[in-house]
Design a protein around this ligand. Structure first.
Ligand SMILES: Nc1ncnc2c1ncn2[C@@H]1O[C@H](COP(=O)(O)OP(=O)(O)O)[C@@H](O)[C@H]1O
Ligand SMILES: [Mg+2]
Length: 209
């Protein structure tokens, strides 16, 4: 059974211009989905609906078969999804370990060595880390959450190609070993190459490869 699905999902900012209409999608645990599409095609809009940050104009989002609007979006965001952003969105006056502890007070610092930080780096102010290292902290934070779904909007958009590859491979490997469902929005064909399912977004329609 899918962990997350959409049923006839529609959205517009202005009623005379649909962003997408009647989207039906299914997302499973243990799989990585990459959403590709031109700038402005509605990828971030879709991710914000899947994350319970906004409400659909039509249709539903189901978590394990239950309408997230009925469950309550606050509870849904807290228990069911975690986010990885292009600009990391770490708490900047804290260390990596403190950022992870905000999500799981009982987290072990090992989670940061598992994503490639040294123990010194795990206890350094996050602003003293490179972009790639900060994104590794954001990945650790998402993995530390018990939420089964990870949503990532252009997570490698600020990183050079080699770092982007390493960080994505890390996210894919760890998330799969923890049986999480990962949905990544990206421009990168290299990121798409690591997906189980590629979803192409264009003119409000989806094509699944
Ligand atoms: N808050 C908003 N108000 C009005 N239009 C918006 C808003 N956010 C996005 N849009 C428009 O909706 C379309 C889809 O945007 P977005 O989901 O951000 O696309 P993508 O992430 O694929 O680049 C674009 O045409 C964008 O200009
Ligand atoms: Mg976007």
């Amino acid at each position: 059974m899918s962990v997350l699905s959409t049923k006839d999902l529609s959205y517009y900012y202005f009623s005379d211009r649909m962003i997408f209409e009647n989207l039906n999608m299914e997302f499973e645990r243990g799989k990585v989905y990459v959403i590709l599409g031109a700038s402005g095609s509605g990828k971030t809009t879709l991710l914000s609906l899947l994350g319970g940050l906004d409400t659909p104009k039509g249709g539903q989002i189901l978590f394990e078969g239950q309408d997230i609007a009925k469950m309550g979006l606050t509870r849904y965001r807290h228990d069911c999804v975690s986010f990885i952003f292009q600009n990391y969105n770490l708490i900047e006056y804290m260390t990596p370990f403190e950022n992870v502890q905000l999500v799981d007070a009982h987290a072990s610092p090992d989670i940061l060595t598992q994503v490639g930080l040294t123990s010194d780096e795990a206890h350094r102010n996050v602003l003293k880390l490179s972009g790639g290292q900060q994104q590794r902290v954001a990945i650790a934070r998402a993995l530390a959450s018990s939420a089964p779904v990870i949503l990532a909007d252009e997570p490698t958009g600020n990183l050079d190609e080699d770092t982007a590859h390493d960080v994505t491979a890390l996210l894919v490997e760890k998330a799969k070993s923890m049986n999480k469902c990962v949905i990544i929005v990206s421009h990168s064909n290299e990121v798409a190459a690591m997906a189980d399912v590629i979803i192409c977004f264009s003119h409000g329609k989806i094509e699944i490869a």
